[in-house]
Design a protein around this ligand. Structure first.
Ligand SMILES: O=C(O)CCC(=O)C(=O)O
Ligand SMILES: [Fe+2]
Length: 207
């Protein structure tokens, strides 16, 4: 993983994510990526969706479309760091700097990650779950960044984080990141009835 110079603002964001996680069990920060980059990533996601290059995500080894659809309704497309466009590279570069910061301040030993675009059509959802029950590939932290321009609270589509059985809800506004422990924090994606809900979701791993 590459690492370049951190800016002060970047360090503040990283600390906001990490401190939030340590204090409340989840970290969140806004404007993790600038609006131009968010727009490009959103355009890329929409183009992939339009060209039919996204597919239902599997849950577990034996994929059962019907069973899957009762649990989650998003379609996904994995990002490939070895074959990505300059905007995706900018995302990975920032992520690399975050992981370097996380590892050096918290001794987390993260040495890999995987990320996918996700498109939730209006009315789809992802029921309450943990991210580490599937094929367990060493997922330590879940990290989601939202790409939804001008998202209003009335649009719905919140993520619920169930921490000590309280329900913390966050709207998927463009540029916002949510960060939590993959094997501990149950969470859920609520329906957005009127518009698609777009994100890049991924996992920081220790393999
Ligand atoms: O999009 C979100 O807010 C969460 C997505 C999620 O839970 C997942 O992909 O496992
Ligand atoms: Fe999840």
């Amino acid at each position: 993983m590459k690492s370049t110079l951190h800016t002060e603002q970047e360090i503040e964001q990283f600390e906001e994510l990490i401190n939030g996680f340590m204090d409340k069990g989840y970290g969140s920060c806004d404007d993790f990526l600038g609006p131009q980059l968010i727009n490009s990533l959103r355009d890329k996601l929409l183009a992939l969706h339009q060209s039919g290059d996204m597919h239902p995500a599997g849950i577990g080894k034996n994929f059962d479309y019907k069973k899957n659809a009762e649990i989650r309704g998003d379609v996904i497309r994995w990002l490939d760091e070895k074959n990505c466009d300059p905007q995706e590279q900018q995302f990975f570069d920032k992520l690399d700097r975050f992981v370097t910061h996380l590892n050096s301040t918290c001794y987390t030993g993260i040495n890999g990650y995987e990320f996918h675009y996700a498109y939730y059509a209006p009315g789809s959802f992802y029921k309450r779950h943990l991210d580490r029950f599937r094929s367990d590939k060493g997922r330590q932290f879940s990290f989601v960044i939202y790409l939804n321009d001008n998202w209003q609270e009335t649009d719905g589509g919140e993520i619920s984080l169930y921490l000590e059985n309280t329900d913390t809800r966050l709207s998927p506004v463009a540029g916002r990141v949510v960060f939590f422990k993959s094997d501990e924090t149950e969470h859920e994606v609520h329906i957005a009835p009127g518009r698609p809900r777009l994100s890049i979701a991924g996992w920081l791993k220790k393999i």
